[in-house]
Design a protein around this ligand. Structure first.
Ligand SMILES: [Zn+2]
Ligand SMILES: [Zn+2]
Length: 549
């Protein structure tokens, strides 16, 4: 029996974690994180609790490539489940850099495109894919019951600026060997008629066009150029360094993760020998402005990032001046649009010119990339993965255009289990077959992982405020004393009168009609507060603390 399900990545962009099971043996595909727009939450992780319970059945973890939405959860997952990690050299280097000194405790298996591995009931073939980071791999999985192809993230690239074009031959030969299930990247797909009767073509630039635009903007600039992109977007950084070389600009790097990733990229030979263009910030400052270039983190408007600090004038070294040009070479990830818009506004206000130049590393729907993949792989069944619901539905439509019957396309949510038994024929879906597919949150420098319920509380407190009631039982007087503190519930001026009213209501309730046990006391205090504030249209979180003297 084959089972496929996701603990993250379906109905969302981020925290990709897919699971393939064959007769109870498990292969995990990717283990990523998701950036969070919840106040105070750094990022979200898939809930690993189901896999923790199944730890002894897990044979390994395959990493398709080194982006955070595919590898960012690995350090946390490895703490819970020990297992060998398979991936390309670059993916593994990035994971190890994340693990730091703990990296030696775990087993890493470096694999290359074109190689095969046997892992229990799975035969694995690693396939080169084009994406915005080198060494991205697709995975062809053969079992005695069904064959599966997992694309990882990909785009179709025929004339890349560096590296090789899409390996159509390898993909077509997998199609020839036979694919039952295609698990494929849905990013950028959308229902064809959703916008203005199909007006949006979902078109995108080629990498060559992006490179030419970047080169033009940089060469036309007579001031300093700041380019902001993802730390893991190594292809884009290669292009920027190439242009810096041509324009004889020196480059300073601002942002910790950028510096770390560039070290790894240089070690593995991905800076095309252009590492000498990189100088310290001090050296850069001593050069004329038209010779200066900065690659800065913060393309998503992340609060503490270099670009945000530059735009708000609090960066230690970099001061914006009129005539500086800022090129944002990344799209906002859904959820980050507001933060990115704020950065753009501050940059423009300070007199900088702002440009957006980017092309997605994912399939370009307007150029039929998903359709091309379907035609090469010729699967019997399609499972759209890696996308919000609009992308998954859009991808399903493309599947139909490729000639797949609707019942052979499976729109799954995180936790739904697709079950296939050869003698049964048609696969079936067990809705919500896996429970606990919420998120874990990672919060602050302590990397404290909490259950998602904490997020809900935090959001409630953030939007509705909090009331803290302290009730003290005076043993001598045999009476209750109550004090209420409110944050973000009512205006400052009405604060004390509302508190007094609440204190009075609670004290009377407790003294006149004493509840029997502690739990009941807490519940009745909370409902007294809630009932009263409901009349004022306020629905805060209520915290009750009991004490006695
Ligand atoms: Zn990616
Ligand atoms: Zn991804």
């Amino acid at each position: 029996m084959i089972r496929f399900y996701a603990l993250g990545g379906l109905g969302e962009i981020g925290k990709n974690l897919y699971v393939l099971e064959k007769d109870g043996k498990i292969l995990v595909l990717d283990c990523g994180l998701k950036f969070s727009d919840v106040p105070g939450v750094d990022f979200l992780l898939p809930d690993f609790s189901y896999l923790e319970k199944r730890a002894k059945d897990i044979l390994g973890l395959f990493l398709s490539h080194g982006h955070e939405d595919h590898i960012g959860g690995v350090p946390f997952f490895l703490q819970k489940v020990k297992l060998p990690v398979f991936g390309s050299r670059l993916s593994l280097e990035l994971v190890k850099a994340n693990l730091g000194s703990r990296a030696t405790e775990y087993e890493f298996v470096e694999v290359k495109a074109g190689e095969s591995q046997k892992l229990g009931p799975f035969k694995l073939d690693f396939v080169e894919m084009r994406h915005s980071i080198p060494e991205a791999l697709g995975l062809y999985v053969e079992t005695d019951e069904a064959n599966i192809f997992f694309t990882g993230d990909y785009k179709i690239e025929v004339a890349p600026v560096s590296g090789k074009p899409t390996d159509f031959k390898a993909l077509a030969s997998i199609g020839e060997r036979g694919v039952d299930f295609l698990l494929a990247d849905s990013t950028n797909a959308e229902p064809a008629m959703m916008w203005n009767g199909g007006a949006s073509a979902g078109d995108c630039l080629t990498e060559q066009q992006v490179y030419e635009l970047l080169a033009k903007e940089i060469s036309e600039s007579s001031g300093r150029v700041i380019v902001s992109t993802f730390a893991s977007h190594i292809d884009r950084i290669q292009q920027i360094l190439k242009i810096a070389e041509k324009e004889e600009r020196s480059v300073a790097i601002e942002g910790r993760s950028l510096i770390r990733n560039l070290k790894i990229a240089e070690k593995l030979g991905y800076l095309d020998g252009l590492g000498h263009r990189i100088v310290t910030s001090q050296t850069l400052e001593s050069l004329p402005r038209e010779k200066q270039m900065i690659i800065a983190s913060g393309s998503q408007g992340e609060p503490l990032s270099a670009l945000v600090r530059i735009s708000s004038g609090i960066h230690k070294r970099v001061r914006l001046e009129r005539g500086d040009k800022v090129i944002i070479a990344a799209y906002p990830i859904p959820g980050n649009e507001r933060a990115v818009t704020d950065v753009i506004n501050s940059l423009l206000y300070k007199g900088a010119e702002v440009r957006f130049i980017h092309s997605s590393g994912h399939p370009c729907t307007g150029k039929d990339h998903q359709l091309i993949m379907l035609n090469l792989i010729k699967p019997k069944y399609l499972v759209p993965i890696h996308g919000e619901w609009q992308h998954l539905v859009g991808h399903a439509e493309i599947g139909k255009r490729a000639g797949l019957p609707g019942e052979n396309i499976f729109l799954l949510e995180n936790g739904d289990v697709l079950v296939y038994e050869k003698e049964e024929g048609q696969p079936r879906v067990k809705k919500h077959g896996i429970e606990n597919v919420g998120a874990l949150i990672v919060d602050g420098i302590l990397s404290k992982v909490e259950a998602a319920v904490a997020i809900k509380e935090r959001m409630k407190i953030g939007s509705e405020g909090v009331v803290i009631v302290e009730a003290i039982f005076d043993e001598e007087q045999r009476a209750w004393l109550v004090d209420t503190v409110m944050l973000g519930v009512v205006t400052d001026s009405s604060q004390s009168s509302v508190s007094q009213t609440l204190n009075g209501l609670i004290t009377r309730m407790l003294n006149e009609n004493p509840p029997s046990d502690q739990k009941e006391i807490e519940q009745r205090i909370a409902s007294t507060v809630k009932d009263y504030l409901k009349g004022m249209n306020q629905y805060p979180e209520v915290v009750v603390r009991l004490n006695s003297i």
